[in-house]
Design a protein around this ligand. Structure first.
Ligand SMILES: O=C(O)c1ccc(O)c(O)c1
Ligand SMILES: [Mg+2]
Length: 629
C-alpha cells in the first residue's frame, strides 16, 4: 500500500504543505489546482519541489464540468483539458482527476459521457497521460461510482479509468460490494476520507467536515477492504476538506493523516479476503488491563499541598524512590507517584505546566509489543536516563507532551516499584476510603486536537470511542468524547475546549497545554467513602441544593436517598444499566481535581451532571485566575 495526500488537506503555502507531507512519511501527493495556482512558481518548479522532497505527484486535480456538455461548451472543455495536460507534463504527473459534471448546462446520457471520455482518452494517450473519472456525490447526472464505472467501461479506452473516493460512496450509503467486481487495472487511484455522521447537504458536509479515516463515523476500512479485494494495491490518497485542518498545524495534520493510513492498512490486513494487500505487519492493538500508576510532577511546596489532599482521600505512603525525591502513594489498586525531584522529565514539565499528572502508566498485555505497535503508528518514543540498576520503562509521548509508560506484569517491568523504590511504613492516622481503582482519566485538549488523540489512542490500544457529547459550561461549550474498552479497565474522557473562559479552556491556558485535568477513582460504597473522607478532613465540592430538588423529581428518588446525597454533596445519575454516584474535590492548582464514583452497573460518565459540577468548580478557582466572562 502506497500513501498519498492531497495538498488541499493541509494548511499553509505550498512549500509548507509539501514539507509537512514529506516529513510525515507519505510516498505521494495530489496537487490540488488551487494550491498550484496560488503559488508563484512554474509547474516545473513545483514538480522539482515535490521530487526534491522524495515525493511523487500521484495526480493533478480537479478538472470540473467536462462530460456531456453541449457545444460550444464541449469544445471549450476539450481545449481547457489540453491546457491542463500542458501543466501536467511540466509538473511531471500522468494522471488527472475529472470529477463528474455538476453544471446545470450538462446533458445526461451515459453514452454521450462515454464518447466524451473516449475522445479525451485519445488526446491524453498522445501525451502519455491518463484520465481518472470520479463521481461526486452531488454530480448533476453522475453521482454514484457504479454509474461512473459504467461510463469508464463504455469509454473503453486504456487511458481512461475510474477514481474511487470513499466519501462520495459512503456518504450516499452506496453498497461497497459493487466495488469488488471492478477490474483492478481500471481503478486508477483511490481517495479516502472519513466524516462524522451529520445530517446535512452532501456538498457542504464534504467540503467542510471530512476527516482522516478512523476520525469519523464512516466505514472507511471496509471500503478500503472492498478495494483491496479487487487486487488493487496502488495508492491510497487522503483528500480531506476540513475547516479546522485548514487552520491547524500542517505538521500535526499530516502526521495524523499518515497514522490514519497505517492504521487503516493494519485493519484491512486483518480482515478476511484481503490477501493481496501489501502492508507491514505489526502487533495487535494493546489490551490495557489496568492503569498502572499516575505520576504527578510538583515542586516541594505544591507536592506538600497535593499530598495533603491525597491523605484526605485515604492514600497511604507506600514507598520512596531509592535515589530521587519521588514518593509512591497507594490505595486499593491505585498507585499515585508524586515526583518532586526536579530532575528528569518531571522537572521541566513542572516548570512549564505547573503541578500536573504528566505521566500515566498503562498496564498492558505485553509492553514490548505495545511499544512496537506505537512505533509502527508514528508515536514519538520517550527515553530518559535511568539510574544504575533501575528499570527502564518503555514510554511514548501522549496528550500535551505528557508521557504514557507501558508496563506489563512480566519480568522487571512487573516489579519496577520493588526495584526502584524502598518500602516505607506510614504511621499517619488516615481512614481508608475504599477507593479501589482508577475509574477514568479525564484529559483536556484544545477542541481541534480531539481527533488527533482519539486516533492516537484507538489505533494503538484496543478501545472504542463513544459519540460526542456537548457539555455546557457557563462560558461556552466543551465537547466530550470517551475512549473505553469493553472491560472498563481503560476509560479516557477527552474534553475539547473551544475558548479559555470555559473551565477546560482555562485549564489549558493556565497549564500551558493539554493534559490530565481530573482523575476519577472507583469505590464500591460511596456513602462509606464519603464518611471516611469527612473523617480525614476532606472538603467535597459543594453542590447547589437546587440540584437535589431536581434530581429527586427527575429520577423519582426516595426523600431519604436524596437527603443523603445532598448531605454528602454526591451527584446522581441513572442509565438503562444502573445507577451512578459522583463526589468531587474542589480544584487544586490551575484547575485539577479528583472525582470519586460508584457505578452500580451504570456505563456512562454522568455527562448530564457536568454542567452543575462545572458551575460549582468554577466558584473554587483562584479568583484572579479566571477571566471575567
Ligand atoms: O468538492 C469538490 O468539488 C471535490 C473535488 C474533487 C474531488 O476529488 C472531490 O472529492 C471533491
Ligand atoms: Mg475526491
Amino acid at each position: 500500500m502506497k500513501t498519498s495526500i492531497a495538498t488541499v488537506s493541509i494548511s499553509g503555502e505550498l512549500p509548507e504543505k509539501l514539507d509537512a507531507i514529506a516529513k510525515a512519511g507519505f510516498d505521494g501527493v495530489e496537487i490540488f489546482e488551487n494550491d498550484f495556482l496560488a503559488f508563484d512558481g512554474r509547474p516545473t518548479d513545483v514538480g522539482r519541489m515535490v521530487r526534491d522532497r522524495g515525493l511523487e505527484i500521484t495526480l493533478f486535480q480537479p478538472f470540473r464540468d467536462f462530460e456531456g456538455m453541449p457545444e460550444p461548451l464541449r469544445s471549450r472543455a476539450f481545449d481547457r483539458a489540453e491546457r491542463k495536460f500542458d501543466v501536467m507534463q511540466e509538473l511531471g504527473t500522468e494522471l488527472i482527476l475529472v470529477c463528474s459534471n455538476a453544471s446545470s448546462a450538462s446533458l445526461g446520457g451515459i453514452d454521450r459521457a462515454a464518447a466524451d471520455f473516449h475522445a479525451l482518452g485519445e488526446r491524453a494517450a498522445k501525451r502519455g497521460l491518463k484520465i481518472g473519472y470520479e463521481a461526486l456525490a452531488w454530480g448533476r447526472h453522475i453521482n454514484d461510482h457504479r454509474d461512473a464505472w459504467e461510463i469508464v467501461r463504455r469509454a473503453d479506452h486504456p487511458n481512461v479509468g475510474l477514481i474511487l473516493d470513499s466519501f462520495h460512496t459512503l456518504s450516499r450509503k452506496i453498497d461497497i460490494n459493487s466495488i469488488r467486481s471492478i477490474p483492478k487495472d481500471k481503478i486508477f487511484i483511490v481517495q479516502l476520507a472519513d466524516a462524522p455522521l451529520i445530517d446535512m447537504d452532501l456538498l457542504y458536509w464534504s467540503r467542510h467536515f471530512r476527516n482522516m479515516p478512523g476520525e469519523g463515523d464512516l466505514p472507511v476500512a471496509e471500503f478500503a477492504a472492498a478495494v483491496a479485494e479487487t487486487g488493487y494495491d496502488g495508492y491510497f490518497s487522503l483528500e480531506i476538506f476540513n475547516d479546522q485542518f485548514r487552520g491547524g498545524s500542517s505538521r500535526l495534520i499530516a502526521a495524523d493523516g499518515h497514522r490514519s493510513l497505517i492504521y487503516l492498512g493494519d485493519q484491512v490486513r486483518r480482515m478476511p479476503n484481503a490477501p493481496s494487500f501489501s502492508v507491514k505487519a505489526m502487533p495487535d492493538r494493546a489490551i490495557v488491563k489496568a492503569i498502572g500508576f499516575v505520576e504527578f510532577s510538583a515542586d516541594e511546596e505544591e507536592a506538600t499541598e497535593l499530598v495533603g489532599i491525597l491523605r484526605t482521600l485515604g492514600f497511604r505512603k507506600e514507598a520512596v524512590h531509592r535515589t530521587k525525591n519521588v514518593t509512591l502513594y497507594r490505595q486499593g489498586d491505585i498507585r499515585l507517584i508524586v515526583n518532586a525531584d526536579g530532575g528528569g522529565f518531571a522537572g521541566p514539565s513542572f516548570v512549564v505546566h505547573g503541578t500536573t499528572a504528566y505521566a500515566i502508566a498503562l498496564m498492558v498485555d505485553d509492553a514490548g509489543k505495545a511499544f512496537e505497535r506505537a512505533m509502527a503508528l508514528d508515536a514519538e518514543p520517550f527515553k530518559q536516563a535511568v539510574g544504575a540498576g533501575e528499570v527502564e520503562i518503555p514510554a511514548i509521548r501522549g496528550v500535551g507532551g505528557g508521557l504514557i509508560y507501558l508496563i506489563d506484569d512480566k519480568g522487571d517491568l512487573g516489579r519496577f516499584s520493588e526495584i526502584d523504590f524502598l518500602p516505607v511504613e506510614d504511621d499517619a492516622q488516615i481512614a481508608p476510603a475504599h477507593l479501589l481503582h482508577v475509574d477514568h482519566i479525564a484529559q483536556t485538549v484544545a477542541y481541534d486536537e480531539m481527533p488527533t488523540w482519539l486516533l492516537f489512542y484507538a489505533s494503538i490500544f484496543e478501545a472504542r470511542k463513544t459519540p460526542v457529547f456537548d457539555i455546557i459550561d457557563p462560558a461556552g461549550v466543551v465537547r466530550s468524547q470517551v475512549l473505553e474498552n469493553a472491560s472498563g479497565s481503560l476509560r479516557i474522557t477527552l474534553n475539547g475546549a473551544e475558548n479559555r473562559r470555559t473551565l477546560a479552556g482555562h485549564f489549558i491556558a493556565e497549564t500551558f497545554g493539554s493534559g490530565v485535568q481530573h482523575l476519577a477513582f472507583h469505590t464500591d460504597d460511596i456513602f462509606t467513602t464519603a464518611a471516611s473522607l469527612r473523617q480525614n478532613g476532606f472538603k467535597p465540592l459543594s453542590i447547589s441544593p437546587n440540584y437535589y430538588d431536581d434530581a429527586e423529581a427527575r429520577f423519582g428518588l426516595e426523600a431519604a436517598l436524596s437527603d443523603r446525597l445532598r448531605a454528602e454533596n454526591i451527584l446522581y445519575d441513572r442509565d438503562e444499566f444502573g445507577e451512578y454516584f459522583q463526589l468531587y474535590s474542589p480544584t487544586f492548582g490551575e484547575g485539577f481535581f479528583f472525582e470519586i464514583v460508584e457505578r452500580r452497573g451504570y456505563k456512562g460518565y454522568g455527562a448530564a451532571n457536568a454542567i452543575f459540577r462545572i458551575a460549582a468548580l468554577k466558584k473554587h478557582l483562584r479568583p484572579e485566575g479566571m477571566p471575567k466572562s
